[in-house]
Design a protein around this ligand. Structure first.
Ligand code: 5AD
Ligand code: SF4
Length: 463
């Protein structure tokens, strides 16, 4: 393969954290192949678009972005444009039809081959494409770049622990586009985290479509709680998070990790999707409203301060007004710290596509607005309840809006701004919350003054 040292590439990412992480791995692969990453699209010789196909709105955004690249390509015919990720996996050759200025299409399993595919384009091949599913996915083992755009080390890193999904929720394209669920061996995950910690990382987020079914099918069977125990023992690591969990696989063993493993942060993202049992059943979610609520109750019994966030959608086919109200009453019962809410979006190839009783767009919009207004009330209420309380904040750096301000996150994943200097970056400080807003909190150093780690044991539930 032709290796052109210093040639610049730019990556544009759409979609979820998983995609952001895939892009970081792709950046590492490209850098190792001799390319140089740039944050300036105009300076790039290769533009790689990492796409998402989860909802139609995102797909539409990507299509318009690809349209804008046409002008770039006309001005600079030597520019190489590659499109990868879920939408590329889904559309395949169709991308070349919709955007003939695209040179390369790559799927979700072949990131490690991108430099070679780019090389083929350079050698004069047109419409280069690889969207094959692979038995093993070498890029899963790539330790992604941990520097931000300024070459500064990041304190947080994502680590993939599993790929794919076997759940086949009726609305979801992921199982078709990311393939079957597979877990990475624990030893490889531990090695990666140790290497990251060696490079200054203090917090890891374990990634997977359904992390709590981790371990299925591995030669050396490991459960997710067992993996967490091992990660918790890594010296120098301070915080562990994970996403996403599926309510049907949230075992008692996992619940018991909260409040017991001191590095595991008090936050869980547990999508519920809908509040009515008939909708949950049609969605093929594998749990009832009652089971969901009982899991939340168990979590809170174990760890009273745990922050709970979730995904929910409105307007799934057949969702009646009464069903929608059941979603609202579930929200009232749980009082989430935050919620990602979506209007159901029709996806090709999914089961729900053939379901009757589609909910009109306007009605979906109305339901979404009602739901979001309720959630805003709950978020504010949850944040305000923290006023006067001590929190432990891992300081990430200066605030974007005001350089005299520092910003960081609580273990419950809430953003806290406070007056402080740059040398606090990377430290865990103890702050008292003085004000609460919808998207952030304000704090000030506690009377004791200096930084102290706020230990998990302080608020362990009785068990
Ligand atoms: N329509 C709307 N929302 C969807 N999600 C997944 N598929 C769809 C769809 N077809 C949402 C779910 C999921 C989140 C990542 O995106 O809430 O948890
Ligand atoms: Fe999609 Fe359901 Fe798998 Fe999540 S669990 S990725 S919603 S199929």
């Amino acid at each position: 393969m032709e290796k052109l040292a210093g040639e610049k590439f730019f990556i544009r990412t759409f979609g979820c954290q998983m995609n952001v992480h895939d892009s970081e791995q792709l950046a590492t692969i490209m850098t190792e192949a001799g390319y140089e990453r740039t944050g300036d699209e105009g300076a790039a010789a290769v533009i790689l678009v990492n796409t998402c196909s989860i909802r139609d709105k995102v797909a539409q955004k990507i299509v318009s972005q690809l349209g804008r690249y046409r002008t770039r390509k006309i001005k600079n015919p030597g520019l190489i444009i590659g499109v990868g990720g879920c939408l590329a996996q889904h559309w395949g050759r169709e991308i070349f039809k919709r955007a003939p200025h695209v040179d390369l299409v790559f799927g979700t399993h072949v990131l490690h081959e991108v430099p070679e595919l780019v090389g083929r384009v350079k050698n004069g091949y047109r419409m280069v494409m690889d969207t094959a599913f692979r038995e093993d996915i070498p890029s899963l083992d790539i330790c992604a770049a941990v520097t931000n755009g300024n070459g500064r080390l990041n304190l947080q890193a994502f680590v993939t622990i599993m790929q794919g999904c076997d759940n086949f929720c009726a609305y979801c394209v992921v199982p078709y586009l990311r393939g079957r669920e597979r877990s990475r061996p624990a030893a490889a995950i531990i090695r990666e985290i140790e290497a990251l910690v060696g490079r200054g990382v203090r917090e890891v987020t374990l990634l997977g479509q359904n992390v709590n079914s981790y371990g299925r099918g591995l030669a050396e069977e490991t459960s997710f709680p067992a993996l967490l125990e091992k990660i918790n023992a890594i010296p120098g690591l301070e915080r562990i998070r994970f996403t996403t969990s599926h309510p049907k696989d949230l075992s008692d063993g996992l619940i018991s990790c909260f409040g017991r493993l001191e590095k595991l942060c008090e936050h869980i993202h547990l999508p519920f999707q809908a509040g009515a049992n008939r909708v949950l059943e049609r969605m093929n979610r594998g749990y009832t409203r009652e089971e969901y609520l009982s899991r939340i109750e168990m979590l809170r019994k174990r760890c009273p301060d745990i922050a709970v966030t979730a995904d929910v959608m409105v307007g799934f086919p057949g969702e009646t007004e009464t069903d929608f109200e059941a979603t609202l009453t579930l929200m009232e019962a749980v009082r989430f710290d935050g919620l990602f809410s979506f209007m159901y979006s029709e996806r090709e190839g999914t089961q729900a596509l053939s379901f009757a009783d589609k909910v009109p767009e306007q009605e979906k919009r109305r339901r979404l607005m009602i739901l979001q207004a309720l959630q805003d009330r709950h978020t504010l209420e949850k944040n305000r309840a923290l006023i006067g309380k001590p929190v432990s904040v891992l300081v990430e750096g200066a605030s974007k809006n005001d350089r005299r301000e520092m910003t960081g996150r609580t273990r419950t994943n809430k953003i806290v701004n406070f007056a402080g200097s740059g040398d606090l970056r990377g430290q865990t400080v103890s702050l008292c919350i003085t004000a609460a807003y919808l998207h952030s909190l304000r704090g000030e150093p506690r009377k004791e003054g200096k930084a102290d780690v706020y230990r998990n044991e302080d608020r362990r539930a009785d068990h």
